[in-house]
Design a protein around this ligand. Structure first.
Ligand SMILES: Cc1cc2nc3c(=O)[nH]c(=O)nc-3n(C[C@H](O)[C@H](O)[C@H](O)COP(=O)(O)OP(=O)(O)OC[C@H]3O[C@@H](n4cnc5c(N)ncnc54)[C@H](O)[C@@H]3O)c2cc1C
Length: 610
């Protein structure tokens, strides 16, 4: 066991983590990154379409903010949305100055393409491999600056003090399991820990997310006492390959790709799903249209529809979307230069996450979050395509700077239980939360309050946990995980109803109970993926429960959350953020205000049509 000490520890080395680390370093901090994957293997590398930034003449960050608030179905917080849209141009240009190979026009200027829900073609891109270039560009800066990277270190838990109120707790570091050696290490952070651990797409069976996307950061923050916000809002991307869930970028529709049903109809217009924007309506609108078509018997095999881009011509496709040819050919056996691609909705993005303010700070002192694991609330009930990458760089940078001690301004978003405006009112069909909770405080909590002893105590608890899992001759986590994925896919998908959500909660409880008897069959200490995945499975269970509880409670239709029997957005009752906090092992559901007041205007909720 080794103890490492730095000013700032960034957990995760995707786009958000890399940007946070560079910013903390620029602010003078001794910063280290701790990551289960090598930085350039992070899932940001899969991002295809681009980065929204109001860069060009005729565009304006105010318009980007308006589109984002509308896209969010008015559940985004205006101060965060405006920060995103104001800072995105300079952060995008910073990437260009660091050498990112953006696609360009004939005159050498950076190209921008149209994306769903945007009133201006403001999506800046590097072919259909934007995330890959973004990761490599920022990793070069990390290497150049000599920032320490502990890779293949799986962070298992946060080291947090155990005061009864989360707002009184402090995070002093985290515990890493060295995947190469099986050794447990403590990481002490005198300034702050920034979680940048990505999304939890592995809750679902059909997803665009890689196997590493298990939302570990959300689960650790939740158990430490930070509320998870708006988790019921899950984005289902309308164009994923049916057999694998591999994403076909919105860039295809941005360049002019067309969706057809099995009758050969351009259904987005034919059936009035989006009479103005058609295929380029917001993702939730297109995903629902596709499922409706399939349910009406106008789909193809496996409930797919067709996405056709042949009319764009080989030259344009090869220039701007070459990657798509490889993905469709390799993963679906379809050459999109010669035939349409079958596509259907798949889990893609978690709009909710760890509640933070505009500086990326949570209600626990010294604990930050940025990127997909966080919810500063720029996406609200539905994220616009191309708005996640700017979130990584804008809020990654702010969190890094703030954790390094820089003044980044007073946040307008209030975090923690004191922001509560109202308790949740819902009757789950089963008991929720920990199966046997003996803890009187959050799971990671420990009584002694010197940083070293808090980290040491957590290290000891985690060592016992690993030993217990290794010694138990129990059931395999994979059975529990696949049951969880199946029920989430069947019951908490594009269309939701009360019975299905209740069934999902019963199934999740069953998974939680069975998880008490999981054991790790691989006895080795090196590269023991069985152990890592067993720990990740618990994290998925915790998040699935939070998500489904929020979805059951929310009896309205907003953004990506469609509820049978509640076909209207209900601003009177539901213009509020869902929060779920781990209260002594018991999920505590409550609500907080949505901030619609911007710098110089209020974003008055309107009917959302495209
Ligand atoms: C296929 C695909 C295409 C997309 N295309 C676009 C697009 O064009 N435009 C757009 O705006 N958005 C896009 N998105 C969304 C966007 O790419 C993601 O939301 C974003 O990249 C997430 O970045 P991140 O830094 O938060 O997390 P990630 O890139 O997922 O990085 C997470 C990091 O955390 C580390 N980590 C996780 N758990 C642990 C742990 N327990 N211990 C240690 N380390 C850990 C991992 O090693 C990794 O380094 C796309 C998403 C997908 C899936």
């Amino acid at each position: 066991m080794t103890l490492y000490e730095h000013d700032v520890i960034v957990v995760g080395a995707g786009g958000a983590g890399l940007r946070a680390a560079i910013a903390a370093h620029e602010s003078g901090a001794d910063v280290a990154m701790v990551t289960k994957l090598h930085p350039v293997r992070s899932h940001t590398g899969a991002a295809e379409g681009g980065i929204n930034a109001a860069l060009k003449d005729g565009d304006d960050w105010h318009d980007h903010a308006y589109d984002t608030m509308k896209g969010s179905d008015y559940l985004g917080d205006a101060p965060a949305v405006e920060t995103l849209c104001k800072d995105s141009p300079q952060e995008t240009m910073q990437l260009e100055h660091w050498g990112m190979a953006f696609s360009r026009e004939e005159d050498g200027r950076v190209s921008q393409r149209p994306f769903g829900g945007l009133s201006f073609p403001r999506t800046t891109y590097a072919g259909a491999e934007t995330g890959h270039h973004l990761l490599h560009t920022m990793y070069e800066q990390v290497v150049k600056r000599g920032i320490q990277v502990y890779d293949e270190q799986y962070v298992m838990e946060l080291a947090v003090t155990d005061e009864p109120e989360p707002e009184a707790r402090t995070c002093y570091g985290c515990i890493g399991y060295d995947i190469k050696t099986g050794e447990l290490n403590g990481f002490i952070a005198s300034g702050g820990v920034v979680l940048a651990t990505g999304g939890p797409g592995q809750m679902y069976a059909h997803t665009t997310n890689a196997v590493a996307q298990t939302g570990d950061g959300q689960a650790m923050a939740y158990r430490a006492g930070v509320p998870l916000q708006d988790m019921e809002f899950v984005q289902f991307h309308p164009t994923t390959l049916p057999s694998t869930g591999v994403l076909i970028s919105e860039g295809v529709r941005g360049e002019g790709g067309i969706l057809y049903n099995s009758e050969g109809e351009r259904f987005m217009f034919e059936y009035g799903y989006a009479n103005n924007d058609g295929e380029l309506a917001s993702r939730d609108v297109v995903a629902r249209a596709e499922v409706t078509e399939a349910n009406a018997g106008r789909g193809f095999e496996d409930d797919a529809v067709h996405l056709d881009m042949r009319h764009l011509g080989e030259e344009r496709i090869t220039d701007r979307l070459e990657n798509i040819i490889h993905l469709a050919t390799d993963f679906e056996g379809v050459n999109p230069l010669e035939e349409p691609m079958p596509v259907k909705p798949g889990q893609h993005y978690e709009m909710g996450g760890i509640e933070t303010d505009e500086n990326g700070e949570t209600c626990i002192s010294g604990l930050y979050a940025a990127g997909e694991c966080a919810c500063v609330s720029v996406h609200g009930a539905n994220r616009l395509g191309g708005n996640a990458l700017p979130e990584l760089i804008v809020f990654g940078a702010r969190a890094g700077r703030h954790a390094a001690g820089e003044d980044t301004g007073t946040p307008q978003i209030e975090t923690g239980p004191s922001a509560r405006i109202e308790d949740g009112d819902v009757e789950p069909p089963v008991e929720l939360g920990a199966v046997k909770s003996t803890s009187t405080v959050a799971d990671g909590g420990t009584k002694d309050d010197s940083p070293r002893s808090v980290v040491n105590a957590t290290l000891e608890a985690e060592r016992e946990r690993v030993d217990r899992l290794m010694e138990t001759d129990g059931i395999n986590h994979a059975d529990v995980r696949s049951d969880l994925q199946e029920t989430m896919t069947a019951n908490v998908n594009v269309f939701r109803n009360e019975d299905g959500l209740k069934q999902a909660l019963r199934d999740i409880r069953d998974c939680r109970e069975r998880y008490q008897s999981v054991g790790v069959s691989d006895p080795s200490r090196t590269y023991n993926t069985d152990l890592i995945q067993t720990i990740e499975t618990r994290n998925l269970i915790d998040q699935a429960e939070v998500l489904t509880l929020g979805a059951l409670a929310r009896t309205e239709f907003r953004g990506a959350h469609w509820r049978q029997g509640y076909q209207e957005r209900d601003d009177e009752e539901w213009l509020k953020h869902t929060m779920v906090a781990w209260n002594n092992g018991d999920p505590d559901l409550y609500y907080t205000d949505v901030l619609l007041e911007g710098e110089d205007k209020r974003y008055e909720p309107k009917i959302r049509s495209y």
